[in-house]
Design a protein around this ligand. Structure first.
Ligand SMILES: Nc1nc2c(c(=O)[nH]1)N[C@H]1C(S)=C(S)[C@@H](COP(=O)(O)OP(=O)(O)OC[C@H]3O[C@@H](n4cnc5c(=O)[nH]c(N)nc54)[C@H](O)[C@@H]3O)O[C@H]1N2
Ligand SMILES: Nc1nc2c(c(=O)[nH]1)N[C@H]1C(S)=C(S)[C@@H](COP(=O)(O)OP(=O)(O)OC[C@H]3O[C@@H](n4cnc5c(=O)[nH]c(N)nc54)[C@H](O)[C@@H]3O)O[C@H]1N2
Ligand code: SF4
Ligand SMILES: [Mo]
Length: 706
């Protein structure tokens, strides 16, 4: 092998910020990873997680060959290495047998979050799934951004039309339930958000954060208001009420194509700031003040993320956020929230999405975009009858740790006839698989950010070559999908998809896209190869109404499903609640469940602690370091306490993605930093009932000292 030092330009695919990095290698070793200052989007920024690109690649626990599950000498299961041909045959036959005996709905599919960070998985999953048109499809979407998709579909006509905050040109930023300083941004690709927030406040702009916890982002804000978990819809409705009451509605350029104002005005007539204050715990004058400040600002952004998506009123909140943006004329406006125009235009290429065309078998939860809410996966495996899931395919997902009532799912997986996982590690989920198919490491394949250019605060495009050659005999994720697809097609007498590598598909998309053959840019894979730090396509620009995919290119804000949900809001807000409300927490060196096996990322103080407020601690006699049990209707866990004045009284916070150390897993470092699974106590029935999206935040818990 060539031992010379080489320089590679690459995207970090580990989070939505998609930072450009410069990787120096010597032979098979990574020598350094630095920010790429020539990247037009990330401008040299990286976070402490970037080093994981090396750690993932060199992790001895990462599978290099497929494994199959067998009974070990002690009677328990273990996984043994097998050859690729045998593995693909086994996996395909397990699925085919199930389809032949029980029909396609007996196959369940769960796709996790890294799917959208890996373009080959996006372009090629259909090579397999087109042969398995099961109703039992699930993904991390329904523990995450499902409400955003539905509101985008309903208001703008396409599930991927997300209004993106234009932070660099705004005057006033109202941020609800998001912590980009830890998460690096979500549904908002915004590398170096810390610097961008600082420059906002330095130029006299304001950032106001609404969050039950005084987060790392709130620390940088002009103001932070603590809000009771799950009550933000009341705040937002009161803001809309005030915009009408105080004559602050000013649609500006949106006037010509927005409908439904008078219906909304009527619907919010009772939602006074006084009412909102009584539910949210915010002061009435703060609600009035921030609404007036928002409306008075020349350019303003209202944005909400996980804290207002994965809660009981996620869809209502995402609707109300866009109504606030529209009523103040801040949608599709510089310094407000705008739509992107990505080089591979998914709004043109991908299906717009659809809702409620079928429902889940046991609990009748609605589909969105042909997927069911993952909160019902366990019961669909456990409940006998036609359509029961008997075989499961998981790809890039760890639902045992990531989805509500995950410990129940852990048990349900043992009842399957067959399970196959496309994943590099034997973790809490994949340990149940009969076959695990491990793809190449990220540095061994090329990369294009098919998903995240769609959400970026600036239009750019970048293609990254593989840093290392593919090891002999190894397969990329897309090749595994292709290989499985061909085998399943063959066995079921269907036509297999032709094998076309992902970069060829992207090349076509680039050439047909807005900066392709018919533009001055002439983008193609070849053109991007010549500019490995990425091509700048400029700031976001107003594009409405032309970009709308709705009938007659109009935005109808008055959605009957939303109005119907107001009754549920009033009823559930009035329900008395006992105990504490549990919320989540992200740390800059975490990434959901799968980055705890790298020593550099887990070092330092224990992070899987239950944070509580000093007031609650004093009243209950709790001390930092003491152990408590935390119980919900789903289960009970034991965890160490951490008292911090960042927490609102009555609210407790625990990160998700921990709960390692289970038998049969292969991840030594993670197992030594096991922590407990927050999702052992989140509930499969605690949902945003409109969509079935999990309400991971705001779960009622009872805490007892041990
Ligand atoms: N370091 C790190 N980065 C990540 C990830 C990670 O695990 N670690 N995960 C990635 C993924 S998959 C995603 S989706 C994004 C998420 O990105 P963000 O949404 O920015 O991240 P969170 O930390 O989940 O922020 C949610 C905030 O909502 C608050 N909150 C909880 N309940 C409520 C409520 O009822 N109302 C309000 N107003 N606030 C509430 C929480 O305190 C928290 O601060 O992060 C991505 N980036
Ligand atoms: N309580 C609570 N629960 C949450 C959240 C929360 O805030 N609170 N956040 C939710 C959110 S936003 C999300 S997105 C979900 C995430 O939910 P999941 O996607 O189910 O879980 P991850 O932990 O991201 O697991 C990713 C899996 O992908 C594998 N993997 C990594 N890279 C690759 C790759 O390139 N190819 C393949 N084939 N596999 C790969 C990893 O080994 C791991 O098994 O968790 C959700 N769960
Ligand atoms: S912010 Fe995200 S994309 Fe950037 S270096 Fe960190 S993990 Fe990678
Ligand atoms: Mo997510």
């Amino acid at each position: 092998m060539n031992q010379e030092r080489q320089t590679h330009y690459r995207a970090c695919h580990l989070c939505e910020a998609i930072c450009g990095v410069v990787i120096e290698t010597e032979g098979p070793d990574v020598v350094s990873i630095k920010g790429d200052s020539d990247d037009p989007l990330s401008r040299g920024h990286i976070c402490p997680k970037a080093v994981a690109l090396q750690d993932i690649h060199s992790d001895p626990d990462r599978l290099r060959k497929p494994v199959k599950r067998v009974r070990g000498a002690d009677g328990g299961y273990e996984h043994q290495p097998i050859e690729w041909d045998e593995a693909l045959d086994l996996a395909a036959m397990g699925l085919v047998e199930t389809i032949k005996n029980h029909g396609v709905d007996a196959v369940g599919i769960y796709m996790g979050n890294p799917t959208v960070h890996n373009y080959g998985m996006m372009t090629h999953q259909s090579a397999l799934f087109k042969h398995i048109r099961t109703r039992n499809r699930y993904s991390a979407t329904s523990v995450d951004q499902l409400p955003h998709h539905l509101i985008s579909l309903w208001l703008f006509g396409h599930k991927l039309m997300f209004p993106i905050p234009d932070i660099d040109r705004t005057d006033y930023f109202l941020m609800i339930g998001a912590n980009p300083v830890a998460s690096n941004g979500s549904i908002w690709t915004v590398p170096d958000v810390r610097k961008r927030i600082k420059s906002l406040t330095e130029r006299g702009g304001k950032l106001v954060v609404i969050d039950p916890r005084r987060t790392e982002t709130a620390e940088l804000a002009t103001a932070h208001h603590a809000v009771k978990p799950g009550t933000d819809a009341a705040l937002l409705l009161a803001m809309i009420h005030l915009l009408f009451r105080d004559n602050l509605v000013q649609l500006g350029h949106l006037t010509d194509f927005v409908d439904g104002l008078s219906d909304i005005q009527q619907a919010v007539v009772h939602y006074t700031p006084e009412w909102a204050a009584s539910h949210t715990g915010m002061a009435e004058e703060d609600i009035v003040q921030l609404t007036h400040d928002f409306a008075a600002a020349d350019k303003a952004i209202c944005y909400g993320r996980m804290g207002v998506s994965t809660q009981r009123f996620g869809t209502l909140c995402q609707w109300a956020i866009q109504v606030v943006n529209v009523l103040t004329g801040n949608l599709d406006r510089e310094g407000g929230s705008l739509f992107t125009l990505p080089a591979v235009d998914q709004v043109v290429g991908a299906s717009p999405g659809g809702f409620g065309r079928h429902t889940s078998r046991v609990r009748q939860l609605p589909e969105f975009d042909r997927e069911l809410p993952v909160a019902c996966l366990a019961e669909e495996i456990r409940t006998p009858g036609e359509g029961q899931i008997r075989a499961l395919f998981t790809g890039a997902g760890n639902p045992v740790l990531s989805t509500p009532a995950g410990d129940d799912l852990d048990g349900a997986l043992e009842g399957l006839d067959f399970m196959v996982s496309l994943d590099p590690w034997i973790n809490e989920t994949t340990r149940h698989a009969d076959v695990i198919l491990p793809p190449t490491s990220p540095l061994e394949h090329d990369h294009y950010d098919l998903a995240f250019h769609v959400n970026a605060m600036r239009n750019t495009a970048r293609f990254s070559e593989a840093v290392f050659d593919k090891p002999e005999g190894a397969l990329h994720d897309w090749e595994i999908f292709q290989g499985l697809g061909e085998r399943v097609a063959d066995a079921l007498d269907l036509e297999a998809r032709k094998a076309v590598p992902p970069h060829v598909i992207i090349d076509r998309g680039l050439k047909a896209g807005p900066y392709g053959d018919n533009s001055e840019h002439k983008l193609s894979i070849e053109a991007l190869r010549a500019t490995p730090s990425g091509v700048d396509l400029g700031p976001l620009k107003p594009q409405l109404p032309e970009r709308l995919k709705t009938p007659e290119q109009r935005i109808n804000l008055a959605l009957s499903a939303i109005f119907d949900d107001l009754g549920r809001l009033e009823q559930q807000l009035n329900e008395a609640s006992q105990g504490y409300r549990l919320i989540g927490r992200r740390h800059v060196r975490d990434c959901n469940s799968w980055m705890h096996n790298f020593t550099r990322l887990v070092k330092g103080p224990q992070r899987c602690t239950l944070q509580v407020s000093p007031d609650d601690a004093a009243r209950e006699g709790w001390l930092t370091g003491s152990r408590v049990s935390v119980s919900s209707r789903a289960g009970s866990i034991e965890v160490e306490l951490e008292i911090t004045d960042t927490m609102m009284s009555g609210v407790v916070s625990l990160p998700h993605g921990y709960g390692h150390g289970r038998p049969g897993t292969l991840s030594g470092v993670a197992n030594a930093h096991a922590g407990v699974s927050c999702n052992a106590i989140t509930e499969a029935t605690y949902l945003d009932e409109l969509t079935g999206n999990a309400a991971l935040n705001g779960v009622g818990v009872v805490i007892a000292s041990l």
